[in-house]
Design a protein around this ligand. Structure first.
Ligand code: HEM
Length: 450
């Protein structure tokens, strides 16, 4: 069987400067192959110490058992702060806890059901866009990006991506990301403290424009809530929810921070996963046919249909295993620790890598194979509990995990119900870590009507 694309690993030993250069190019191929077998690894450089934790109980300790002792490192936000301000993606401690108390209720199961019609409409709109291109080779990442951005605007603000402000935000985000090459480095190779932190002028300007546009949407919504005319969507829910402990609601500025992260975290990630899922369907046409047959049940925005999209869900989960959109996360040790006979100094960076854990050779059966049926095997079930974390885990688990697990399988099925995707002559895409795991050269697929 052809294996799904995997990036090449670097040789075991390289100089620091070569490592930095490799890092600049891509986080994934800068790592040695032994990380797919290791329980823990140490990166020593003259500037810092980092540790990769790749053993399920250590990952649980950091994310689930003692999350307060392993806050997010300030350095993660360096590239993103001009855009995201004080969004819950970047905050820690009490501020973060308060923000989650206000936001979490909007993403609970019952509310997800309420957002389904908006997701359905976005899936339909994506299919209509593809219909215009049927018979052509389509760069599928661009299409899934469009679709996922549409989902966010429709569920959050009840506006489609064609809405003037939504389109502007979407375009500006693309510009922002192009001007953001430092992100990988700043996040994973903590720079020495004396190094100046420069955000490019164009990136700062781009962030300011995005925030202006989002401020307009948020202000208008605030006014509609006051006038009693606001639609019942995620923005209204979040903006009218008071913190049960303090009774406070978000002011406009803080809401803008949160909308920015919903947009960024919510659309880049889902777009990446959907693009890889469609590529895998082109690579494994038998699975594609099975999904297309299953998708015949889709005939209207009824949430109950989700329980019938089992294969699509298994494929989407397997895609998130092989291509976790957020490949690595970083935490900081707030106090000294002792892990696997190693003393970890206070302030050390701890890297948690869904990318490596999901392909761990000592944990998973045939870790590099595409096998959506694995979720029904003993090994698959055990690994799903202990070695699978596309949405992270514990207190800081992705707010949108439930949302993404509806949106992803739904759009995948909706597209495959009407279209067949096939490989082109282009060389196979190689995964690289940009803001999320993307293909090095896009994912061109031939799209034809079924
Ligand atoms: C396939 C889709 C998605 C994946 C794989 C994903 C993955 C993740 C991961 C791994 C984190 C933790 C990052 C860290 O701790 O450093 C995270 C956090 C977050 N995600 Fe998602 N996400 C997805 C979709 C979404 C959606 C649709 C939304 C919102 C609409 C969303 C909102 C957030 C937010 C707000 C956080 C920060 C939570 C916190 O720190 O408390 N994500 N996501």
């Amino acid at each position: 069987m052809t294996l799904p694309p995997k990036p090449p690993s670097r040789p075991d030993k390289v100089s620091l400067w070569r490592y930095v250069r490799l890092f600049r190019r891509d986080l994934l191929s800068a790592q040695p192959a032994r990380l797919y077998r290791a329980w823990m690894a140490e990166f020593r450089t003259p500037f810092f110490r980092s540790y990769l934790l790749n053993q399920p109980d250590l990952v649980d300790l950091v994310l689930k058992e003692r999350p307060d002792d392993f806050p997010k490192s300030d350095r993660i936000g360096e590239g993103l702060r001009p855009l995201l301000g004080n969004s819950l993606f970047l905050t820690n401690g009490e501020t973060w806890k308060r923000q989650r108390r206000i936001i979490d209720p909007a993403f609970e199961g019952g509310r997800l059901r309420d957002t389904f019609t908006a997701m359905w409409q976005a899936a339909d709109a994506a299919a209509k866009r593809l219909d215009k291109r049927a018979g052509e080779v389509v760069e599928i990442e661009a299409e899934t990006s469009h679709a996922a951005a549409d989902v966010i605007f429709r569920t959050l603000f009840s506006i489609p991506i064609e809405h003037e402000v939504a389109t502007e935000v979407f375009d500006e985000f693309r510009r922002y990301q192009r001007g953001q090459p430092i992100l990988n480095l700043a996040a994973f190779i903590p720079l020495p403290r004396w190094m100046p932190r420069l955000h490019r002028k164009s990136t700062r300007a781009s962030a300011a424009r995005i925030r202006d546009l989002i401020t307009r949407l948020t202000r208008d919504r605030m006014a509609a809530i006051d006038a009693g005319t606001a639609p019942d969507d995620l923005a209204t829910k979040i903006m009218t929810t008071a913190d049960p402990q303090t009774g406070e609601t978000f002011d406009t500025e803080e809401m803008v921070d949160q909308v920015a992260i919903f947009f960024l975290a919510g659309h880049e990630t889902s777009a990446s996963a959907l693009a890889w899922a469609l590529y895998l369907m082109a690579l494994y046409p038998d699975w594609q046919d099975r999904l297309a047959a299953e998708a015949q049940v889709l005939d209207g925005p009824d949430f109950a249909v989700m329980s019938k999209l089992r294969l699509s869900r298994d494929v989407f989960r397997e895609t998130l295993r092989l291509y976790p959109p957020v490949p690595m996360m970083v935490r900081e040790a707030a106090c000294p620790e002792h892990f696997r006979d190693r003393d970890i100094k206070k302030g050390s960076q701890l890297v948690l890598s869904p990318w490596h854990l999901h392909r761990h050779e000592r944990l998973w059966d045939r870790p590099d194979d595409f096998d959506p049926d694995r979720w029904h095997t003993e090994n698959g079930k055990a690994c799903a509990r202990s070695a699978y974390m596309p949405f992270s885990a514990g207190a800081r688990v992705c707010t949108g995990a439930g949302f993404a697990m509806v949106e992803g399988p739904l759009i995948l099925s909706r597209i495959l119900r009407d279209f067949r995707v096939t490989l082109t002559d282009a060389p196979p895409p190689v995964p690289v870590a940009h803001l999320t795991v993307r293909s090095d050269r896009g994912i061109p697929l031939m799209v034809s009507r079924r």
